[in-house]
Design a protein around this ligand. Structure first.
Ligand code: UD1
Ligand code: UDP
Length: 383
């Protein structure tokens, strides 16, 4: 019998982390031929994940340029994918989440009349400029997709509100939990000496990341200044900040946080050390999407450096608090979590609203069901 040709397309670090276990699952499933195409919208940060999960792409568009605009990315992905899709002729294309690679990968497949499966579908903040451009990328990808893999019931409900056919939505859990469970180990030892020397028992270690486009400029300056002030007032705090490779972010971080004792500006970490660093942290300060899903699973409080979130589940569960980007508010909330043990205790309960480690299996089964390779509909993910 002819195999179902499934092409996975991704290009940035978070997509790679969340698609890697799915590509492995596709490779190990009978009746499926798995093809991997990376756009390399990110280069080094993507390659780190490909190496960790031992993935060898069949196609690599290698598009990254320093200082690339959204249009630069989109034009290159659209043109590059045209040739790849014409040559490989997949039966279905899988894209993930909300990046430029996601939306334009789906658009390129639509132009070739190839059905699209959207992994991590149905997340919505309700504001098309926050996160920007991700919220619009999600909505556009929803319209281009034929099959929707929604991590949670809330994501499913968002798609139903947009009149998506319920028979084409599968609630699967988020594949990030599949990835996380593969790499976090209690007795983990880092390669990076700075990370091994930190006293995680006696210091309050805050792990921070910050990269969102809507935070570029003044909001990011506010964030970094708030972190500097907090650190100067609290001797028992250490801050570890693996800085995103965007040169503008690196320059600002270096200017404001570069010479403060106890603030460690380090290179982006491989996923395995980063996930284990999250596991050793006191709490997390971030504007990242993926980290809002990982930290609750590890029982770590998260303060989110954004005005709204498309991931309300962990806010409801009490492990995530949305701070916004005003300097004084950030200082007040960070100090509250550092000093109020009761508040800290309430936020550090391990909850797992995003997945149970079986999302990839459900997605592959849903694909096989949709394309009539099997008769049984997969069980849905419930908390
Ligand atoms: C992109 C996604 C964003 C996602 C983020 C994850 C879009 C529009 N944005 O944002 O949704 O949350 O990835 O990190 O799709 N760079 C390197 N090496 C790398 C990666 C980046 O040098 O491995 C530098 C380059 O100068 C590049 C810049 O960072 O031009 C920005 O990368 P880009 O993909 O355009 O935007 P991100 O902010 O990373
Ligand atoms: N991450 C990583 N190394 C780092 C920082 C983050 O591996 O130095 C991982 C993190 O665990 C999460 C993902 O990268 O799985 C989040 O990526 P990012 O914050 O770049 O993007 P977003 O999730 O905001 O789209």
């Amino acid at each position: 019998m002819k195999k179902l040709k499934v092409m996975s397309i991704f290009g940035t670090r978070p997509e790679a982390i969340k698609m890697a276990p799915l590509v492995k699952e596709l490779e190990n499933t009978e009746g499926i031929e798995s093809i991997l195409c990376v756009t390399a919208q990110h280069r080094e940060m993507l390659d780190m994940v490909l190496n960790l999960f031992e993935l060898a792409p069949d196609y690599d568009l290698d598009i990254m340029e320093h200082g690339q605009s959204i249009s630069d990315i989109n034009v290159k992905v659209l043109k590059g994918m045209e040739g790849v899709l014409k040559e490989a002729k997949p039966d279905v294309v899988l894209v993930h989440g909300d990046t430029s690679t996601t939306f334009v990968g789906a658009l390129a497949a639509f132009y070739q009349k190839i059905p699209v499966g959207h992994v991590e579908a149905g997340l919505r903040s309700g504001n098309i400029y926050s996160p920007y451009p991700e919220e619009m990328n999600r909505k556009l990808t929803t319209n281009l997709a034929e099959i929707h893999f929604a991590p949670t019931k809330g994501n499913y409900d968002n798609l139903i509100k947009e009149n998506i056919d319920s028979g084409k939505i599968f609630i699967t859990g988020n594949t990030v939990i599949d990835a996380l469970l593969q790499v976090v180990k209690e007795e983990y030892v880092f390669d990076n000496p700075i990370l091994n020397e930190i006293d995680y028992e006696n210091k309050k270690v805050i792990v921070m990341t910050c990269h969102r486009r809507e935070n570029w400029g003044e909001p990011m300056e506010n964030i970094f200044k708030a972190v500097a002030e907090v650190k100067e007032k609290h001797d028992d705090v250490e801050i570890v900040f693996p800085v995103h490779m965007n040169p503008n972010i690196r320059k600002l971080a270096q200017n404001i946080l570069g010479n403060i004792e106890g603030v460690h500006l380090i290179e982006p970490l491989d996923y395995e050390p980063f996930a284990n660093l999250l596991n050793k942290a006191y709490f997390i300060l971030t504007d990242s999407g993926g980290i809002q899903e990982e930290a609750p699973a590890l029982g770590k409080p998260i303060l989110v450096l954004r005005d709204e979130t498309e991931r309300p589940e962990a806010v409801k569960a009490g492990t995530v608090k949305i701070l916004g980007v005003e300097k004084d508010v950030i200082i007040k909330e960070v100090e509250e979590l550092l000093t109020n043990h009761k508040a800290y205790g309430k936020m550090s309960n391990a909850v797992n609203p995003y997945g149970d480690g079986k999302a990839c299996k459900r997605i592959v089964d849903a694909l096989r069901y949709h394309f009539k390779l099997i008769d049984k509909k997969p069980e849905i993910f419930t908390i």
